[in-house]
Design a protein around this ligand. Structure first.
Ligand SMILES: [Zn+2]
Length: 287
């Protein structure tokens, strides 16, 4: 019997070793931002962590295969499972851990449209689905903090929530903002819109101040002036696009003309210039 258990353990270790080798090691970094607020960098969307007297909750949960590692990171702050997991939107790099966290006792919170999109993907009975969903906004009073979840319609997707932490003076932007020095992913098929995203950024700039900690969906934590630069870049990109499109040029014509080239930006391999141009074109022509 003992021998059997040993074999089982060995093969499990071997299997997980192989899986790790395939996916490369993820370097998690947990950084304190304010007394009760942290950011956890890993692979996928940045996780905001509120940890204090009432317990712990997180904003976004990256990929399913990282849940155990994320839980281990969170346990260094608080032994209890997160009370809540807020999803900023439905994409898999922000909601992939939902089922694992729900099974550990966490309550998933997201906008109504995130519920619908996750239901479409995982089925009506799935633990991936939020147990609490909201429309325009919702407030979470926990850990001597008021987190204000505010929905921006048709921005990165049609279910975006930005989380304003009142006492910490911080904001989690979800994927309305990639702090990677480049242009955003406007998920047109997921209800996103370039104009909606720009309006949202403008509104957030008005709601925050020079001391606000800005947590982007991806990239390093930053501040309001980075958002102002980002909005200026979006305005530039939009006017370049409109100039290339004004004579009724087809999508093919515009992609070939490379209107965004003068911006001299670096693009991620999954979101090359051509794809950004296509999504912006589609967004600016769609009614
Ligand atoms: Zn996203």
């Amino acid at each position: 019997m003992k021998h059997g258990i040993f074999l089982l353990l060995t093969s499990t270790l071997l299997l997980s070793g192989a899986a790790q080798a395939d996916e490369k090691q993820v370097d998690f970094k947990l950084e304190q931002l304010k007394k009760n607020l942290y950011v956890l960098y890993g692979r996928g969307g940045n996780i905001a962590v509120s940890s204090g007297e009432d317990g712990i909750y997180i904003v976004d949960d990256q990929f399913a295969n990282l849940s155990d590692d994320i839980k281990a990171q969170l346990k260094t702050l608080n032994k209890a499972a997160p009370e809540f997991v807020i999803n900023t939107h439905h994409h898999g790099d922000h909601t992939g851990g939902n089922e694992n966290f729900a099974n550990a006792g966490s309550h998933i919170i997201a906008h109504h449209n995130v519920y619908e999109r996750l239901k479409e993907k995982h089925g009506a009975d799935s633990d991936y689905l939020p147990v609490l969903s909201f429309g325009q906004d919702m407030k979470l009073n926990f850990n001597q903090e008021q987190a204000h979840l505010w929905h921006y319609h048709h921005a990165h997707t049609d279910g975006d929530a930005v989380v304003f932490f009142k006492n910490a003076n911080a904001v989690h932007m979800g994927d309305l903002f990639f702090n990677l020095g480049s242009l955003p992913f406007v998920d047109v098929d997921g209800g996103g819109s370039l104009n909606g995203l720009m309006k949202a950024i403008e509104d957030i700039i008005h709601k925050i101040d020079d001391k606000t900690i800005v947590i982007p969906g991806h990239g390093q934590v930053t501040n309001k002036s980075a958002l102002i630069h980002y909005l200026a870049l979006l305005n530039q990109a939009k006017s370049l696009m409109l100039k290339a499109m004004h004579v009724g040029a087809s999508l093919e014509d515009v992609v070939t003309a490379r209107p965004l080239a003068p911006l001299e930006l670096q693009y991620a391999s999954w979101l090359p210039e051509e794809r950004v141009t296509t999504l912006f074109y589609r967004s600016l022509t769609e009614k």
